[in-house]
Design a protein around this ligand. Structure first.
Ligand code: NAD
Ligand code: TYD
Length: 347
């Protein structure tokens, strides 16, 4: 059984690819990734020689390549993670987000529609974000019934993609599932996002930039718990349904970074309070969503999923991983990776 995973060289995708390659040895896993600044084959060195794994470098926007792959492999399913994923970059470079997240998703859906002679036993799985629902106030949780109200070019591009998936289901009967997950953290997270950026900056003695008043709230989930949820939604989810995935783990950014500082000081044998001195409040992100939080009771009730890691365990494992992979951090923050993005997309 051939399964196409897109974006498998990125943060979450690499954990999903590893999970599927190791657990489902009878599947042929094809990982299609354009290797943008965020994609890195170093994330997958442990499985690159596996008999059931194939990497293809290319873009989901390349319909000719999709035609070739869908002809070569009779994919039974697509798990679609490839995306431009960083809100700040979407503010600086919105068109790149439309290109990959909207047009790329449309190209993939069209490949399924064109090449799947029967939809029997097939499934398109859209990996999405809770950011499509916009911002919560001080109370309440997102549910599967929350209306879409995206506020950033990133979340609007993901919302558009989700709508296209749903529309292909309604119009062409394409079998699909969608999941919308909260903020992930863990190994292989690109150091532009809050947690790995701050780990990197603590190690380098740089400032820890906190946007606005730092009272923005996110619900954090350890990345392998998301990979496990994706497995369960892919195999057990119902066609046409949405599942919200979250960690029941809300932190304001400032509390989270203070906790990270404490753990980093302890881990590095530095005096308590050392890292916190680098916290710097900086200009806020435009359109900054106040709070995200997930009611994950549907996936817990219907599919029996719940996170296996507490935040304390997950954060400790994340810090350990970054301390053990300083060469990874040096590589992904090298000039070659940074300039790649600007060369590809401009403004
Ligand atoms: P990431 O930026 O780390 O990885 C994205 C991957 O997609 C990279 O490997 C990149 O090379 C690849 N890619 C980008 N454009 C491509 C293209 N045109 N063709 C093929 N490959 C391309 O992102 P991530 O954080 O791992 O997120 C993965 C998915 O999960 C995204 O769809 C994102 O919206 C979603 N998501 C992320 C989070 C989170 O907290 N990171 C939460 C919920 C949902
Ligand atoms: P981020 O990791 O970019 O994820 P998202 O915007 O998808 O939630 O940001 C998490 C939170 O941290 C968000 O409220 C913005 C904030 N933030 C900072 O305060 N400083 C930073 O340097 C970054 C990157 C984010």
């Amino acid at each position: 059984m051939a399964l196409l995973i897109t974006g498998g060289a990125g943060f979450i995708g690499s954990h999903v690819v590893r999970h599927f390659v190791n657990r489902y040895t009878h599947y042929q896993i094809v990982n299609l990734d354009a290797l943008t600044y965020a994609g890195n084959l170093e994330n997958l060195t442990d499985i690159e020689g596996a008999a059931n794994y194939q990497f293809v470098k290319g873009s989901i926007t390349d319909s000719a390549l999709l035609d070739q792959l869908f002809t070569q492999y009779d994919f039974k399913g697509v798990i679609h993670l490839a995306a431009e994923s960083h809100v700040d970059r979407s503010i600086a470079h919105p068109m790149a987000f439309i290109e990959t997240n909207v047009k790329g998703t449309a190209a993939l859906l069209n490949a399924c529609k064109t090449h799947w002679s029967t939809f029997e036993g097939r499934r398109f799985y859209q990996i999405s974000t809770d950011e499509v629902f916009g911002a919560l106030g001080d109370s309440g949780l997102f549910t599967e019934d929350s209306p879409y109200a995206p506020n950033s070019p990133y979340s609007a591009s993901k919302a558009s993609a989700d709508h296209l998936v749903r529309a292909y289901g309604e119009t062409y009967d394409l079998p699909y599932v969608i999941s919308n997950c909260s903020n992930n953290y863990g190994p292989n997270h690109f150091p532009e996002k809050l947690i790995p950026l701050c780990i990197h900056n603590i190690l380098k003695g740089k400032e820890l930039p906190i946007y606005g008043d730092g009272l923005y709230t996110r619900d954090w989930l350890y990345v392998t718990d998301h990979a496990q949820a994706i497995d369960q939604v892919y195999h057990q989810g119902k066609n046409g349904e949405t599942y919200l995935i979250g960690g029941h783990n809300e932190f304001t950014n400032i509390d989270l970074i203070r906790l990270l500082c404490e753990q980093m000081d302890a881990r590095l044998g530095r005096a308590p309070g050392t890292a916190q001195k680098s916290i710097t409040f900086v200009k806020d992100r435009p359109g900054h969503d106040k709070r995200y939080a997930i009611d994950a009771s549907k996936i817990e009730r219907e599919l029996g999923w719940s996170p296996a890691h507490t935040f304390e365990q997950g954060l400790a494992a994340t810090i350990d991983w970054y301390l053990e992979h300083e060469e990874w951090l040096a590589h992904v923050t090298s000039g070659a990776y940074q300039s790649y993005y600007d060369k590809q997309y401009g403004t």
